[in-house]
Design a binder for this molecule. Sequence first.
Ligand SMILES: CC(=O)SCCNC(=O)CCNC(=O)[C@H](O)C(C)(C)COP(=O)(O)OP(=O)(O)OC[C@H]1O[C@@H](n2cnc3c(N)ncnc32)[C@H](O)[C@@H]1OP(=O)(O)O
Length: 507
Amino acid sequence: MPVTQRHVEIMDTTLRDGEQTSGVSFSPSEKLTIAQLLLTEVKVDRIEIASARVSDGEFAAVQSITQWAKANGFLNKVEVLTFVDGDVSVEWMLRAGAKVMNLLTKGSLNHLTHQLKKTPEEHFAEVAAVISLANTKGLECNVYLEDWSNGMRHSREYVFQYLDFLQHQPVKRIMLPDTLGVLTPDEVTEFITAIVARYPDIHFDFHAHNDYDLGTANVLEGVKAGARGIHLTINGMGERAGNASLASAIAVLHDFLPAVKTSVVETSLYTVSKLVETFSGFRIAVNKPIVGENVFTQTAGIHADGDKKNKLYFSDLMPERFGRQRKYALGKTSGKANIENNLQQLGIKLSDPDLKKVTQRIIELGDRKEVLTQADLPYIISDVLDSNRIEEHVILENYVLTHAKNMNPSVTIRIVVKGQLFEEHAQGDGQYDAFMNAVKKVYKQLKTELPPLADYAVRIPPGGKSDALCETIITWVRGTKEFKTRGLDSDQTVSAIKATLKMLNLI
Ligand SMILES: CC(=O)SCCNC(=O)CCNC(=O)[C@H](O)C(C)(C)COP(=O)(O)OP(=O)(O)OC[C@H]1O[C@@H](n2cnc3c(N)ncnc32)[C@H](O)[C@@H]1OP(=O)(O)O
């Protein structure tokens, strides 16, 4: 029987609720870049980009996003959180060029009484006045019921009284936030089922928070119970423990609810996640589902063996779906299948006895808590097998790097390639660029093309002090494959040079 599918709207609120992560502030141009990526590549249905009134910077960000959105037909997908404040937020919206307002109102008697210090009747009248003003000014209106989850627990009568009132207002969507992330999945089911049954024609959004780590589970239950839209953030950013994560929720909806479809493009989720990590400085936990560094890495030898034989440890969560790749870690739990997988990726084939020796060495190193990467493998092999398999045929004998104010950095190198000595001088935009220009001059004489550089990542190993080592990992492209080399030194340029020398010895 074919399944009739229903579309669930995805509203990404990274730029509003996500930015409420402690210590995070996006610049206007960062906000514009993320907004563009979300709407054009990730293809979420809607984005919430700011709270009204907050600051001049926020105003500038909203203005630049609405200008771009208007020119590209996305204006009705761009939303701004506003307040019950007469004409103040509405005027702010109009000046910023925004068209869709998400009006923050009170969804629990507790908040209404103790924060706004109003009666329900006063609140409803003020809400109606803002909605009416927004309508006359051509704004579309959605309404948040802040603290709705506690409202359902402790003042349900108020919530239904309020919804009875709202159902007659010109409101497009009603948004039900679990503001403090306190609901259990069972409560989400119960509350949303009751509400959808009573107001079957209204579009309800559900907005989860992750205080009990139940954000994704609650999103699943909310959609099953009939929520037509859900609010998510990239990397689960947000106040306190954050919001439900976009990537996790999408995987869960796509895999566990065949009757539900979303417009989100799964392959774009990792790219946007990394971009937001860079802009926000909010690091993604390595075990964060879908987007964390380690989540598609098998470490156990038995798993690698099963994968090699019949993909026995694969699940529906295939890394390629999210623009990622499966990896096999190297360490004391690596068996030979794990190592073989890594060798295969490097294009290296070893005989069985050699493979056993290499496996043994990796286990020994892992036991000493050495962190090994695929890039270390050729060196471990060369060391263990004491062979010329990866011969040091390129030796950098000397180099001089200069850096002077208002002048391009320059470098002079003396390098031996396959026994032949070269001396070259070059300039560049930076010291490493100058070094690479000199190396390229040498390889041009040798008529050898160097693999293009695909990525250049620098980091200070954890626990580093001011004189800490600096690690540079460079990703190179060889044909259709990529390989990484790593250099370690207290000087950043020297660590990049070391990584480059490893590459030169591998090609
Ligand atoms: C669900 C959520 O995450 S809600 C997040 C909402 N977004 C924000 O709070 C954005 C950041 N906030 C701000 O920049 C500021 O708080 C502003 C600009 C909104 C208001 O600033 P201020 O005028 O300095 O007020 P302050 O922050 O001290 O207090 C908040 C005021 O808003 C009132 N308020 C609370 N909820 C609402 C509401 N839904 N509508 C209108 N006013 C509200 C409070 O009662 C308080 O008013 P009071 O000072 O008269 O008691």
